[in-house]
Design a protein around this ligand. Sequence first.
Ligand code: ZN
Ligand code: ZN
Length: 268
Amino acid sequence: MESFICVQCGTQFNQTAQPPPQCPICEDERQFVRHEGQQWTTLEKLKSDHHNRFDEEAPQLLGIGTQPEFAIGQRALLLQSPHGNLLWDCITLLDDKTVADVKARGGIRAIAISHPHFYSSMVEWAECFDAQIFLHAEDRQWVMRNSPRIEFWKGATLTFWDNITLVHCGGHFEGGTVLHWPAGANGKGALLSGDIIQVVQDRRYVSFMRSYPNLIPLGSTAIRRIIDAIGPFSFDHIYGAWLNANVLSDAKPAVARSADRYLRAISK
Ligand SMILES: [Zn+2]
Ligand SMILES: [Zn+2]
């Protein structure tokens, strides 16, 4: 028995004797199946030819990504906070060096994930660090490896220790979530946004899509809902879905002007 991993999206599945027949996350209209067909790997195989890269994205915020790039190039962010560390989003590769580095920084108290494209091997991480996983209940159907460590939360917000708060935005995924870190950006606040609010190449802007690879936009109602959801929170920085994809000044006005630009573009 083996927990197989989809090569295209990096999601680990429940244990089976044979690889699963397909990956529902890749077959969804927001992703795509590899052009060469569905392929599977295992964590042991991944460990043999990949390693993780660590980037200090900010004080107390460690970016963790895999090299050479694997799946969709996800990054995780280890948010180090006085009352415990939180892993925001997740990546597939968990090797001995990563375990040692994360333990040296105080381990992981909880894992929270923006949306299913970052579920990856979250259960491996949760078991290794004895952590609980928090996923929005509206994305329950996309969990491919079940675990009693997964807690599905409902509603608009969920607040942890040190006022770290998950904010339900929807959009790209029905359960799409961002994280507000009030101590980030030297106390001005930061958003950890995954690609629910996507930091784009012009780092003064963000964008929003139902599907990035297949270019399916969001409608005006979904955009306004995201803006309303983050309205009560102050933030000066945004840390996005990829290594170094960050807005590092005036981030809240950047989201507002990006939403205005987007709404203008789709109303023409
Ligand atoms: Zn997949
Ligand atoms: Zn995504």
